[in-house]
Ligand binder design. Structure first.
Ligand code: ZN
Length: 177
């Protein structure tokens, strides 16, 4: 019995590793980011800041996608990540997004990183770095996503630099006014 249980546990671990590899290969991440960047351009057409984010299932389904709406709403917390996470929670009728992945055009600020962690997300993917966000004139609060995650003590997989040249170009071409 014990050997069977061990084999099953090993099998589950192998399946998990397999799924991880399947979920997070670069073409998948770039496909997700392309969807996020389409949303970012949609936000630009509405004169919003050049930021967007999406919540995706590990099997690749789009759960929610949103752009920054701070200017449209005059609510300072309306960053793309917060909008996407809140929309995903509402759509799924749960505050627990532990099975989902956050993909953001730019490195999440401390507020957005905190929102992701409060939703129990443990994979955060982003394109442009906070240095680029700062170069474009947007506030970053001086705390990198990695630093924030380290302070939190949570185990979070951070995947940076996905479609970075395109994310950077969109930011620098649309600087803070
Ligand atoms: Zn933010």
């Amino acid at each position: 019995m014990k050997a069977t249980a061990e084999r099953q546990a090993n099998r589950q671990e192998l399946d998990r590793q397999y799924l991880d590899r399947q979920d997070f290969d670069r073409p998948t991440l770039e496909r997700w980011m392309a969807i996020v960047l389409d949303e970012l351009r949609s936000g630009l057409s509405e004169e919003q800041s050049p930021f967007a984010a999406g919540v995706f299932s590990r099997s690749g389904d789009i759960v929610a996608i949103a752009h920054n709406t701070v200017s449209a709403t005059n609510e300072v917390s309306r960053h793309g990540e917060v909008n996407a996470i809140n929309a995903a929670c509402k759509k799924l009728s749960t505050p627990d997004l532990s099975e989902y992945v956050l993909v953001s055009s730019g490195e999440p600020c401390p507020m957005c990183a905190a929102t992701a962690l409060l939703a129990k997300m443990d994979v955060i993917v982003y394109g442009a770095s906070s240095e680029t966000i700062s170069d474009a004139g947007y506030a970053t609060l001086g705390l990198s996503c990695e630093h924030f995650v380290n302070i939190s003590g949570k185990t979070v997989q951070l995947i940076s630099g996905i479609c970075e040249p395109e994310c950077r170009q969109l930011l620098l071409a649309n600087p803070a006014g």
